[in-house]
Every structure is written in C-alpha cells, then in structure tokens.
Design a protein around this ligand. Structure first.
Ligand SMILES: Cc1cc2nc3c(=O)[nH]c(=O)nc-3n(C[C@H](O)[C@H](O)[C@H](O)COP(=O)(O)OP(=O)(O)OC[C@H]3O[C@@H](n4cnc5c(N)ncnc54)[C@H](O)[C@@H]3O)c2cc1C
Length: 485
C-alpha cells in the first residue's frame, strides 16, 4: 500500500484532543509492532487542544474551557498514565463537593443524592426549598409512572417531564443535564446523552428505584475495595492542558500548525486502485498524499472538505448543529464574598431569566488554582438557549458576569483579574435521533478505504470519549493498513 521504499503515511485532520489521541495511538501501535509509519497531524490554527486551554497568570491557574474529566470513563486517565502524567493527576476537593441551583435569585443546595435528573433519596427532596409541594408530590409518583413501551428516542424534556414532572425539568435537568451540552432540552436526545436513565426505566420501571439499586451496588463495591479511588472528576496539577502539552511534546515531529485543510479527495490517478491514496489540499495551495486519513475536526468543518468526494457523507456531517459558549474567569479576594458558598459551583435554570448559565469556583474545586486568600471563579455564558449573549463584546460579557455575581453572591468588588474566552461553534448538539444519525455517518465512512472519523460530534462530548474515539479511529486505520485492507 505504501509508496515504494517509503513508510505508509497517515494524515490526521484536527489537533484537538481527539486528533492528538489518534496520532499518539498510531505512534504507539507502530512502535509496538516495529512497523515503519509516518504520522502527520494538520491543525488549522496555531494552537492545539481546542477547549483544553490553561492560562497561568499572577499565581492563578485559569481554565478557559474544559476544567476536568470524568474518571469513571477510563480512556483519558489511561492515556495520561501512558504519557507519564500519573503523578500530575489531582482529585477534586471533596469537602466542597456541593452544587447549588438558583431559585428566585437565591442559591439553593441541590438535594443530596440528586443524580443529574432524578433523585436517589426522597427525604432530601421533601426537605428542599427547590420544589413546590405540587412538584414534590409529582416526584413521589415517579415509581408509579408506567414505563414507556416505544423504543424510539425522545427529548430530555419529554423524558424528564413524563417521569418526574415539569419542575424537575425546569429546576434541575435543564440546567444540569442540558447544561453539560449547552443544549435546548426540548431537542436534546436522551438516548445519546443519558442512556443510563433510559435503561433504568426499561429495566427497573423507575429512575428512583434504579438509582437506589445503583447506590447500594456502589456502597457494596466501596466496602469491598481498598486503596485510593479517584474522585468523580479529575484534572492535572498544572491544569487541564497538561495532557495536550504532553501529547504535543511526544508528537512534535508530526504536528503541522496553521495547516487548514480545504479539500480531501482520493487521488485521480488511483481511480482504479483497490487501495486508493488520499490527497489533502491546504488553504495555501499545498498538497499532501496519505495512505489513510483520520478526520478529527468538527463535523461542520469536515463537511465542505468531503463534498466533492462524498456528498452524502458531507451532507450527514453538515446536519450536526453546534452551539457556542463563552467563559469569564474572575479572581476575587475571599473577603469580597459576604458568604462564600463552600461548593464547586452553581447552575442557573433558564426560567430564572438571568444572563449566565452557570458559575463555578475553580479554586474550591481543585487545590492550587489561586494564591492564598483569593478565589478563582468562572461563569458560563451563551449555549443554545442564550445564543444572543454571544453577540456581546468582551466588556459587556464582563459586566454581565459581574452584575450576576453581585446579585447572586453579593460580590460587589472589582475582580483582581478577568479573563474572557469565547468558544464559537464548540458544542455539538446531540439532537433527538443523534445515534441513528451517527450510525448512518459511520456506515458511509466505513465504506471508504483508509478513512476514519473521530471527535466530540460522534458518541460523547467529554474528554474521555474524545480520547476513546480518537484511539479507536487510529486502531481501525492501522489494522486496515497492516492487513493490506
Ligand atoms: C467551554 C467548554 C467547556 C468544556 N468543559 C469540559 C469539561 O470540563 N470536561 C470535559 O470532559 N469536556 C468538556 N468540554 C467538551 C470537550 O472539551 C470537547 O468536546 C473536546 O475537547 C472536543 O475535542 P475534539 O478533538 O473533538 O474537537 P476540537 O477540540 O474542537 O478540535 C478540532 C480541531 O480541528 C481544527 N480544525 C477545524 N477545521 C480544520 C481544518 N479544515 N483543517 C485542519 N484543522 C481544522 C480546529 O482548529 C480544532 O483545533 C467543554 C467544551 C467547551 C467548549
């Protein structure tokens, strides 16, 4: 398959966590099997990592995008270990593991045991001021609601309203579960985002029952294990970008920045070949030929590249919509807070009609993020439900963030440091039917030789999922190349 006398070449388009994971996995596979292989990663911008970006300033460790990843999905942690970062992994500060929800302009603690969209225990729900009596009664009825018979996908809003009532949707599921995807719950697919809850309904007939069984299982498992266990979310001492820096250092020879791909086609001279090679064209007119390609740019960026070669695949990719968001990091003195919530942060239901969708206390969530006596906080702006906020300029975003902090937390002081970061078109929207859409994309992509897709638009937006699909894409193209397929 390779050019005569030359090692086979794999090109990777996109230098986010998915593309970098694919490139690193390819280098591992080649080294382990002593297969000569040239890996070239092309990134349009001059920085790698996408929303994994850490800025160190005046003793603060500021995460402008992602700040942590789930430890129970193993792929990111495993990659970190292989990169020699085990000693850098840090757990969250469990004494602050609390989440608040804004209700009528005040911060109310999320009832104990509430898991994204359903409660494990009823007593804390009954005591909570988050719900009206009518809302509480509706939650109590959940175990009696018959399970849904149809297998088809439905929206998060329909699923939650059907099982637990409108208040749980408006007060918790929309800001917490919808917030992860910065999505509109009326169009967010429950099957693609929270399959665990769909299974609970199917298998246990009730989410409350299902969560309770799972909690007992976890307690039994915890009693049976010894040694340290990671917290639910982890990061790195130096910040989330440590994993990007480590990948970039290992892959330095393979990485080409400011290399925007504008077209991906099979070489015309290979039209009759059973193993045609790919030709990549760049914005500056340069070309690059490769035996295999891993496409790890966002779906809307890949669609135009593929249009000439595979219009159907291009159209399917173009069908995945994205939302934009921005973060405003602000540093205050601890003394600036009349009462600092001892928590990781808070979410703001859309029904509250405020200008931020969430806030977090980075320096309470992880140690070492701020100098002593200071608090590093962040607010999130925009998302599918407040897209109009993205039209604000930087100063207006800072004003909105400060006014909301003053109203919700009583912090009137000027922040000692502010850092605004926009993330345009950064959150793929898993709309109802997403899994079927991705399956169709995979079928189309699977028919192309030496071709694989990876990235947040596929089967998980979280960092571990992106690592997983990048590595899976690498393994698929490597297997096909080494088997001559
Ligand atoms: C604000 C924010 C906060 C988040 N917080 C978390 C969190 O705390 N935990 C978590 O697990 N997840 C979080 N996520 C989600 C997660 O960070 C992303 O889903 C993930 O990083 C996406 O990685 P990716 O490699 O698929 O895409 P990207 O990181 O978007 O990488 C794609 C790359 O392709 C490049 N590209 C585009 N077009 C071309 C082209 N034509 N040629 C060459 N290159 C091109 C882009 O420049 C980009 O660098 C967050 C996301 C956002 C936006």
């Amino acid at each position: 398959m390779a050019r005569s006398g030359q090692p086979p070449r794999v090109a990777i388009i996109g230098g986010g966590i998915a593309g970098l994971s694919a490139a690193y996995r390819l280098s591992e596979l080649a080294a382990a099997s002593e297969t000569p292989l040239e890996v070239a990663l092309f990134e349009a911008s001059d920085r790698l990592g996408g929303p994994l970006e850490t800025i160190r300033r005046d003793g603060f460790v500021i995460e402008t995008g992602a700040d942590s990843f789930l430890s129970e999905k193993p792929w990111a942690l495993q990659l970190a270990e292989r990169l020699g970062l085990r000693g850098e992994v840090i757990a969250t500060q469990e004494q602050y593991r609390k989440t608040y929800v804004v209700r009528e302009g005040r911060l109310v603690e999320l009832p104990e045991g509430f898991s994204l969209l359903a409660p494990t225990f009823i007593a804390p729900v009954l005591r909570s001021p988050l719900f009206s009596w009518r809302g509480k009664l509706r939650i109590l009825l959940e175990p009696l609601i018959p399970r849904r018979r149809e297998e088809s996908d439905e929206s998060l809003a329909r699923f939650v309203t059907r099982r637990l009532g409108r208040e749980v949707l408006e007060r918790i599921a929309q800001p917490l579960a919808g917030g992860i995807y910065t999505a509109d719950p009326e169009s967010l697919s429950i099957a693609a985002t929270m399959p665990r809850f769909v299974e609970m309904e199917r298998n246990k007939g009730s989410l409350v029952r299902g969560l309770r069984v799972a909690a007992h299982g976890r307690a039994a498992e915890a009693r049976g294990t010894s040694g340290a266990r990671w917290s639910l979310f982890v990061s790195f001492k130096g910040g989330i970008a440590a994993i990007i820096d480590a990948l970039a250092a290992r892959l330095a020879q393979s990485i080409h920045r400011r290399a925007r791909v504008i077209e991906l086609n099979q070489r015309p001279e290979d039209a009759d070949s059973v193993t045609p090679r790919w030709r990549i064209r760049f914005a500056d007119g340069a070309e690059f030929d490769a035996d295999a390609v891993v496409c790890a740019a966002p779906a809307y960026a890949l669609a135009p590249l593929l249009e000439a070669h595979h219009a159907q695949l291009a159209a399917a990719l173009a069908g995945i919509r994205y939302a934009s968001a921005a973060t405003v990091a602000m540093a205050f003195r601890t003394a600036d807070f009349p009462r600092l919530p001892r928590s990781f942060g808070f979410v703001v239901p859309i029904v509250e009609n405020r200008r931020i969708i969430a806030g977090s206390f980075s320096s309470l969530k992880f140690a070492g993020r701020a100098p002593d006596g200071m608090v590093l906080a962040r607010v999130f702006i925009g998302g599918a439900l407040q897209s109009e906020m993205m039209a604000l300029d930087e100063d207006a975003m800072i004003t909105a963030a400060r006014e909301e902090f003053a109203a919700l937390l009583g912090v009137a002081a000027k922040p000692a440091l502010v850092c605004v970061r926009r993330w345009p078109e950064s959150m793929p929207q898993y709309e109802v039917g997403h899994l079927e859409r991705v399956a169709a994309i995979e079928r189309e992509a699977g028919a192309l030789k030496g071709f694989a897709l990876a990235g947040a638009f596929m089967r998980g937006v979280g960092i571990p999922d992106c690592v997983h699909c990048g590595e899976a894409a690498a393994e698929a193209v490597f297997a096909a190349m080494t088997s001559g397929g």
